[in-house]
Design a protein around this ligand. Structure first.
Ligand SMILES: [Zn+2]
Length: 153
């Protein structure tokens, strides 16, 4: 199981940014409907069984390699941390993303980061760095406000 996950992460890291001309959107292809994407997202955390809340997170583009330890911990302990959204290699139109977050996942992520830092192996994209990204992005574009009445739950 672990070996399969490691191979999958490595394969994604190697092939993640390669442009496949067969999969590239054509000019005449319909655009992805953002509402459909939001409705397809999970509503409950599969680890903590809490309802996920919509939050705004910085959208970070590029090939970000969080490392195998982080990927394994995130998948098992805090899959819906919601602190940042990694948007892939091709920059999107916004510096912000609306993601679904679990409160316990968020706490679990921060606890994991504290444990790593205490062991002398801090996570490279930790809360302090995310705060700096947030502040930088606010200078570029105001984060969207979420209107509970108009957005899908
Ligand atoms: Zn959770």
């Amino acid at each position: 199981m672990t070996r399969t996950l490691v191979i999958a992460v490595l394969a994604l890291a190697v092939a993640g940014c390669r442009q496949d001309p067969g999969l590239a959107p054509k000019a005449s292809a319909p655009r992805v409907d953002a509402l459909s994407v939001l409705l397809a997202l999970p509503m409950e955390c599969e680890v903590h069984h809490l309802q996920l809340e919509r939050v705004v997170a910085p959208a970070v583009y590029g090939l970000i390699d969080p490392g195998v330890h982080r990927a394994l911990a995130e998948s098992k302990q805090f899959p819906h941390n919601g602190a940042v959204w990694f948007g892939g290699c091709i920059p999107g139109r916004s510096h912000w993303a609306i993601v679904r977050q679990c409160e316990r996942c968020r706490e679990g992520e921060l606890a994991w980061e504290r444990e790593r830092a205490a062991a002398g192996r801090p996570f490279v994209f930790d809360a302090a760095r995310r705060a700096r990204v947030w502040a930088l992005y606010e200078g570029f574009e105001a984060p969207p406000t979420l209107d509970a009445a108009s957005a899908p739950r």
